[in-house]
Design a binder for this molecule. Structure first.
Ligand SMILES: Cc1cc2nc3c(=O)[nH]c(=O)nc-3n(C[C@H](O)[C@H](O)[C@H](O)COP(=O)(O)OP(=O)(O)OC[C@H]3O[C@@H](n4cnc5c(N)ncnc54)[C@H](O)[C@@H]3O)c2cc1C
Length: 510
C-alpha cells in the first residue's frame, strides 16, 4: 500500500492543475503537511496544450512577486500593456495603471511553464504528489475527511489498478470544472448552458500573423497570440457562425481550422504543427458557497466561464492565495474555525463578478443583431474615456478586488479595524526605506507567507513597537519612509499597519 495511506495530512489537494499546485506552495509556507492527489499519470502536460491559460494578470503577477516567483516567470514570459475586452476595437489600457502597480501589463506565460515552475517550487518545499490517483468517494466526520478512489500504477508498461484511501484534516478540490469533489461533497452549482462554441488550437502559421491578431468581422472572430515556446506554436482561438456546433466534444481537423481562419482573415495562413485542437464554450457556472464543513473548492472547480480576457486561472490563483494562510492559521490552532468561512464571504462575489463580466463579453464576442452591435459601438466609445477604461482594467487585472469586512475573529488585542477606504484593500507594493537604511518592496517582506507589520518611525506609537501581532508569523518592519508615488494609502493616522499574508490591508494601531 502507498505510504500516503498511513498518514493524516493537514490538507489534501485534489488536482495538480495550476491552482492546486499554487495552493500546495502556499500551504507549505504555512508549515502544514500537504498531499496532492492527481488522476493523471504524468507530471507534465502530456498531450494537453502548452499555452492554454497563458494570460497572467497584474494581481497574479503581484502575488507571484510576493512569493519570490515572479523573476522566474519573467524569464519565460512576454508582455503587452494592452489587451481586449469582448474583442472591442477600443483596447483595455493596462499600461495606464502605472500609478497603481509595478506590473502594469499583461504577461503571457505558457501554462506548461506556469505548471512547471509551480511544481518545481512545490517539490522544493516538500509536497507529496500522488499521480494516477482518481478520487471517487468522499466522507467527512467532525475531525477529518476520507477520500477513496482508484490508483493506477504503471509498472514496466503494464497498468495495475488498485483502491486507495487517504485522510486529511481538510480537503480542497482543485480538480477542474467537472470537479468530483464538488459533486461528492454536494456543493450547489448554478449553471447557464452554452450557446456558442469556439475552436482553439496551437499551431505554427506559415505566414506572419504578427504578435497578436484580435479580429471581429462578419466572417467570425479570431484571437491569436504568438507564444514564446520552443515549438514556435501560436495560441489561436476562433469562431464562425457556420461552425457553432454545440457538441463541444466533436473533433475537427487542422484543415477545417485553417479554412475557418482563412474566412476570417481573408488569406490562407498555412497553419502547421498543430496541438490541442479542441472546442470550448461559453457555458458558465459557479458554486454558491466555497465550503462544506472541512471541504473547500478552488479554481475551475468553483467557477467556469468563457475564457474571455484570460481570467479563470488568475481567479483561481488569487482565491487560493486567500484560503491558504487561513487554513494554516486554523490548523496551527492560532485562529478559530470561523476564519475559514471568510474564504467564501470574501471570494464568492469576486468569482460571480468574473462570471458576469465574461457573460457580458460573450455577448460582445458573438454580437451580430443590430441591438447587439449597437452595444458594442456604445462601449467602444465609453472605453475611450480614460476613467472608464481604467475601472475595467483594474477589475480584469484583479487589482481592484477587496475584502472590506474586517476579520474581527482574528483582530489582535489593541489593534483596530482600518477605515473603509483601506479595510481589506490590496496593499500597494510600495518601496520602503527601513530605519536600517535598506530599501525594499512590500513583496520582499511577504515572501514567507507571513503577516507584515509596518511600524512607522515618524509617527507616535502607543506601544508594542516591534512586538509581532501574530507571534512567529509576522515580519516586523521598522519603516523610516515610504518611497515612490503610490504610498498615499499608508499615510493615514496609524502608527502601525498590519498587512495580511495575501497582501491585503488587515488592521491598524493608532
Ligand atoms: C482556450 C482556453 C484559454 C484559456 N486562457 C486562459 C488564460 O489566458 N488565463 C487564465 O487565467 N485562464 C485561462 N483559461 C482558463 C484556465 O485554463 C483554467 O481556469 C485553469 O486551467 C484552471 O486551473 P485549475 O487548476 O483550477 O483546473 P485544471 O487545470 O482543470 O486542473 C484540474 C486537475 O484536477 C485533476 N482531476 C480532475 N478530477 C480528478 C479526480 N477525480 N481525482 C484526481 N484528480 C482529478 C485533473 O486531471 C487536472 O490535472 C483558458 C481556458 C481555455 C479553455
Amino acid at each position: 500500500m502507498p505510504a500516503m495511506e498511513n498518514q493524516l495530512y493537514d490538507v489534501i489537494i485534489v488536482g495538480r492543475g495550476p491552482v492546486g499546485l499554487f495552493l500546495a506552495c502556499e500551504l507549505l509556507l504555512q508549515d502544514v503537511s500537504v498531499l496532492v492527489v492527481e488522476r493523471r499519470l504524468a507530471m507534465g502536460l502530456g498531450d494537453l496544450p502548452e499555452t492554454r491559460a497563458c494570460i497572467v494578470h497584474a494581481r497574479t503577477q503581484e502575488i507571484l512577486a510576493a512569493r519570490g516567483l515572479l523573476p522566474t516567470f519573467n524569464k519565460v514570459s512576454s508582455k503587452t500593456n494592452w489587451w481586449h475586452y469582448g474583442i472591442l476595437e477600443t483596447r483595455l489600457q493596462f499600461g495606464a495603471l502605472d500609478d497603481e502597480t509595478l506590473e502594469n501589463h499583461v504577461m503571457f506565460t505558457p501554462q506548461s511553464q506556469t505548471e512547471e515552475i509551480l511544481l518545481r517550487r512545490a517539490l522544493e518545499l516538500g509536497v507529496v504528489v500522488q499521480l494516477g490517483a482518481k478520487v471517487k468517494s468522499l466522507d467527512q466526520s467532525a475531525d477529518e475527511v476520507t477520500l477513496r478512489g482508484s490508483l493506477i500504477k504503471d509498472t514496466n508498461g503494464d497498468s495495475i489498478e488498485e483502491d486507495f484511501t487517504v485522510r486529511g484534516k481538510y480537503v480542497v478540490g482543485c480538480d477542474g470544472w467537472r470537479s468530483s469533489v464538488r459533486e461528492l461533497a454536494k456543493f450547489n452549482w448554478e449553471q447557464r448552458d452554452a450557446t456558442h462554441v469556439m475552436w482553439s488550437a496551437e499551431a505554427t502559421p506559415g505566414v506572419d500573423m504578427g504578435p497578436f491578431n484580435i479580429t471581429k468581422n462578419d466572417a467570425g472572430i479570431l484571437i491569436m497570440c504568438k507564444m514564446d515556446v520552443p515549438s514556435g506554436r501560436s495560441r489561436i482561438a476562433c469562431w464562425t457562425p457556420s461552425r457553432n456546433d454545440l457538441d463541444a466534444t466533436e473533433p475537427f481537423t487542422l484543415e477545417e481550422f485553417n479554412q475557418a481562419l482563412t474566412e476570417i482573415t481573408g488569406r490562407d495562413n498555412r497553419l502547421g504543427n498543430p496541438k490541442g485542437l479542441a472546442r470550448f464554450t461559453n457555458m458558465s457556472g459557479y458554486v454558491t458557497e466555497y465550503r462544506k464543513g472541512r471541504v473547500f473548492l478552488g479554481g475551475d472547480a468553483a467557477h467556469r466561464h468563457l475564457p474571455a480576457g484570460g481570467q479563470g486561472m488568475n481567479l483561481g490563483i488569487q482565491e487560493v492565495n486567500n484560503l491558504a494562510w487561513k487554513l494554516g492559521a486554523v490548523i496551527r490552532g492560532e485562529a478559530p474555525d470561523t476564519l475559514l468561512d471568510t474564504y467564501g464571504s470574501e471570494r464568492l462575489s469576486i468569482a460571480q463578478g468574473v462570471v458576469t463580466n465574461t457573460t457580458a463579453q460573450s455577448l460582445l464576442f458573438f454580437a451580430h443583431t443590430r441591438p447587439e452591435t449597437a452595444i458594442r459601438e456604445s462601449l467602444n466609445k465609453i472605453l475611450e474615456v480614460p476613467e472608464a477604461n481604467r475601472k475595467l482594467a483594474l477589475e480584469i487585472s484583479g487589482l481592484s478586488h477587496a475584502y472590506p469586512a474586517p476579520l474581527e475573529m482574528i483582530r489582535p488585542e489593541g489593534w483596530d479595524a482600518l477605515p473603509k477606504e483601506l479595510s481589506g484593500k490590496r496593499a500597494p507594493d510600495v518601496k520602503v526605506r527601513t530605519t536600517d537604511g535598506d530599501e525594499k518592496y512590500l513583496h520582499d517582506f511577504l515572501k514567507g507567507g507571513k503577516w507584515v507589520q509596518f511600524v512607522f518611525s515618524d509617527r507616535h506609537s502607543t506601544g508594542n513597537v516591534g512586538v509581532p501581532a501574530f507571534v512567529g508569523r509576522t515580519e516586523v518592519v521598522s519603516v523610516a519612509e515610504i518611497l515612490g508615488n503610490w504610498g498615499g494609502m499608508y499615510k493615514g493616522p496609524h502608527s502601525q499597519i498590519l498587512i495580511r499574508p495575501d497582501g491585503h490591508f488587515g488592521f491598524g494601531k493608532l
